[in-house]
Ligand binder design. Structure first.
Ligand SMILES: CC(C)(COP(=O)(O)OP(=O)(O)OC[C@H]1O[C@@H](n2cnc3c(N)ncnc32)[C@H](O)[C@@H]1OP(=O)(O)O)[C@@H](O)C(=O)NCCC(=O)NCCS
Length: 208
């Protein structure tokens, strides 16, 4: 297997993947339109994103459904999933998570809170796999690793007859999700900001 292998296997994240997952998420989302709306200054984003993603990576460890894309010698991608029928942030973690977020983002909490409330309000009631974040190291984006990471859980969902849900934060990642069978089911427009696209994917029939 080489770094450019288009088909590296994905695997469940281990506790030792925490730091690399946080780094990849922080770098991949540094210029994301929604994160840039929440924290407009690029230097502020660079400084605070690692603390924010540490909170998410730790909270999602509860689900045991964080998956990484290893290449020959490094982890190059990460996907944070919550399984059907679960809250993305476990109710027992909510208070500590919210306090950690306030510490991490400081004066930006107003906009961060707006996004979180709008997304929680549009979250579907029907059980579905929820993709909180998908990220590939910027130096190896566009090589199929993100698709690989997506397929791992989507194929399991197909086999179990389970749907999936996410919010696309840009036209480019929306196009990627469309290619993987997601369709638009709603929009979340941020005040004077970008629009997130809520997307749903019914389980695909499994070929026998
Ligand atoms: C989105 C992302 C996970 C896809 O991983 P990838 O390995 O680059 O994806 P693949 O090679 O399998 O597919 C390429 C497609 O991904 C999307 N994509 C690639 N780079 C992207 C980027 N920087 N931002 C958003 N989408 C991107 C595009 O649809 C691209 O197709 P295109 O080249 O025809 O435009 C990765 O690019 C990334 O981490 N982007 C920044 C963070 C992000 O937008 N995450 C998703 C929101 S939860």
């Amino acid at each position: 297997m080489t770094l450019l292998d288009p088909h590296p296997p994905t695997r469940p994240a281990r506790s030792t993947d925490r730091d690399v997952a946080v780094r990849i998420l922080s770098e991949a989302f540094a210029h994301d339109p929604v994160i840039s709306w929440m924290v407009p200054d690029a230097a502020d984003r660079r400084q605070m994103l690692p603390s924010v993603f540490e909170l998410f990576v730790d909270a999602f460890a509860r689900h045991d459904e964080t998956h990484v894309v290893p290449t020959a010698d490094v982890v190059a991608g990460v996907a944070l999933w919550a399984p059907p029928g679960t809250e993305p942030i476990h109710p027992d973690d909510e208070t500590a998570f919210a306090a950690g977020l306030v510490d991490a983002v400081g004066p930006h909490m107003g906009r961060v809170g707006t996004v979180m409330e709008l997304l929680a309000g549009s979250h579907p009631d029907e059980p579905a796999w929820y993709l909180q974040f998908l990220a590939v190291d910027p130096v190896v984006q566009g090589l199929g690793l993100g698709s690989r990471a997506l397929r791992g859980v989507l194929e399991r969902g197909d086999a179990a007859g389970e749907a999936a849900y996410l919010e696309a934060t840009s036209e480019r990642n929306r196009a990627l999700y469309r290619r993987h069978g997601f369709r638009d089911v709603g929009q979340v427009a941020l005040p004077d900001g970008p629009t997130l696209h809520a997307m749903w994917r019914d389980p695909a029939p499994v070929r026998s």
